[in-house]
Design a protein around this ligand. Structure first.
Ligand SMILES: [Zn+2]
Length: 141
């Protein structure tokens, strides 16, 4: 495992080609491609594929955060407290993140800020036992 890339090395307002992102972050293009496989979003309408600096930052922060402080099974990561917190009422909104992952969103029970967690789709049954999933207005009870 190499040195961590600094999320601040990319500018949030810019877009990057894979080679540019690799250079800015001191990584190889293969590493950037692996990140894309791991869920780093690319701008689908563009060729060659472009990555927004903001998306890169979010991805790196989430990636390093995950290794820093693993969340308990009943926690989301609060963007304000910057630690794992229980969501209010254990209510979460689920939305597709990548083909293999789902993004959970809730409200921090401590400060009320947005809290999120990316889970593997294969684990969603386990999380459904802990959290109350909402998928928008027309979800089944
Ligand atoms: Zn909070």
């Amino acid at each position: 495992m190499g040195k961590r890339a600094n999320p601040m090395a990319v500018k949030a307002a810019l877009t990057y080609e894979i080679s540019e992102a690799a250079k800015a972050l001191g990584k190889s293009p293969a590493t950037i491609r692996n990140w894309i496989k791991d869920g780093l979003p690319v701008m689908a309408s563009q060729k060659p594929c472009l990555i927004s600096g903001a998306a890169l930052r979010d991805f790196l922060r989430a990636k390093y955060r995950a290794t820093k402080s693993p969340l308990a099974p009943d926690e989301l990561y609060c963007l304000s407290c910057r630690v794992g917190r229980n969501p209010v009422g254990f209510a979460v909104e689920a939305s597709p993140n990548t083909a293999n992952t789902t993004r959970l969103k809730g409200e921090c029970s401590r400060c009320g800020a947005v809290s999120t967690r990316i889970i593997s789709n294969t684990a969603s049954d386990t999380f459904a036992e802990t959290f109350h999933f909402a998928k928008g207005a027309d979800s089944d009870p």
